[in-house]
Write a protein that binds this ligand. Structure first.
Ligand code: CO8
Length: 258
């Protein structure tokens, strides 16, 4: 499939999507978001791919929604077209894990896209921010919600109300990113991590992702019950039998995704 705003490749069992609008700091124009959704759909349906890495350039993961594209839009236009909902959902609906590899700017919609992924690996030059307030609007793709859940009220409120950017070290301290990696090694490391996940049992990985995500939607008691049901269900799989037998027999498991 030919894309204009992203590049797409596979590295072993990992799908790699690179946002590629260098002239606009990877600003998320409608065409880019549509292509991103198509690429994710393709990887989701591809049995040879077990996990996805989403990255940008070393300078910018994405500097937000395309301001030039939306600047003159009116209320009825954004309301009726359901601006933002259309095209973004593939990221959060994808059942295969998506690792965000963020170097440079991840601002506004860029920070929101990174937070829609399952975890974020940050390059040491990464800068996260929700600067919408400085251009007369507010985050519109989950920034006020996901950032607050990730780093707590005080930091999220300060960032959303002032537009202050957070560097990679602060983002790691605050729990927004799982690890900081030298920017030049970021994509290779992200592909390595995603490759490790992709080599595991696909259904078990999906169940695990589903269970962690339930933590954001349920009470603790409901979440723990949900987790227990999924845990019990893993005992119906061939891969649980294989994984535990391999441990006992001191060999590597050969998962069949069954
Ligand atoms: N939209 C459109 N063009 C952009 C954007 C953007 N978000 N960001 C950068 N560009 C363009 C610039 O206009 C410039 O283009 P040109 O050369 O034609 O003038 C080019 O990219 C390079 O940018 P700069 O010259 O500004 O580069 P600097 O290194 O000086 O600054 C910054 C880099 C700090 C990233 C700066 O460009 C900046 O502040 N960008 C805007 C950041 C921002 O406000 N983002 C939030 C946007 S609003 C949003 O995301 C709402 C999300 C809602 C959901 C999303 C729905 C799709």
């Amino acid at each position: 499939m030919a894309f204009e705003n992203i590049t797409v490749e596979t590295r072993g069992n990992v799908g790699l999507i690179t946002l590629n609008r260098p002239q606009a700091m990877n600003a998320l124009c409608a065409a880019l978001i549509k292509e991103l959704g198509q690429a994710l759909d393709t990887f989701e349906a591809d049995d040879s791919v077990g996990a996805v890495v989403l990255t940008g350039s070393e300078k910018a993961f994405a500097a937000g929604a395309d301001i030039k594209e939306m600047a003159s839009r009116g209320y009825m236009d954004v309301y009726l077209s359901n601006f933002i909902t259309n095209g973004w959902e593939q990221i959060t609906k994808c059942r295969k894990p998506i690792v965000a590899a963020v170097a440079g700017f991840a601002l506004g919609g860029g920070c929101e896209v990174a937070m829609m992924c399952d975890f974020i690996l940050a390059g040491d030059n990464a800068k996260f921010g929700q600067p919408e307030i400085t251009i007369g609007t507010i985050p519109g793709a989950g920034g006020t919600q996901r950032l607050t859940r990730a780093i707590g009220k005080s930091k999220a409120m300060e960032m959303c109300l002032t537009g202050r950017m957070m560097d990679a070290a602060e983002a790691e301290r605050a729990g927004l990113v799982s690890r900081v990696i030298p920017a030049a090694e970021l994509v290779d490391e992200a592909v390595k991590v995603a490759g490790k996940i992709a080599a595991l049992s696909r259904p078990i990985v999906m169940l695990c992702k589903e269970s962690v995500n339930a933590a954001f939607e349920t009470t603790l008691t409901q979440g723990i019950t949900f987790e227990r049901r999924l845990f019990h269900s893993t005992f119906s799989t061939e891969d649980q039998k294989e994984g535990m037998a391999a441990f006992v027999e001191k060999r590597k498991p050969a998962f069949k995704n069954r």
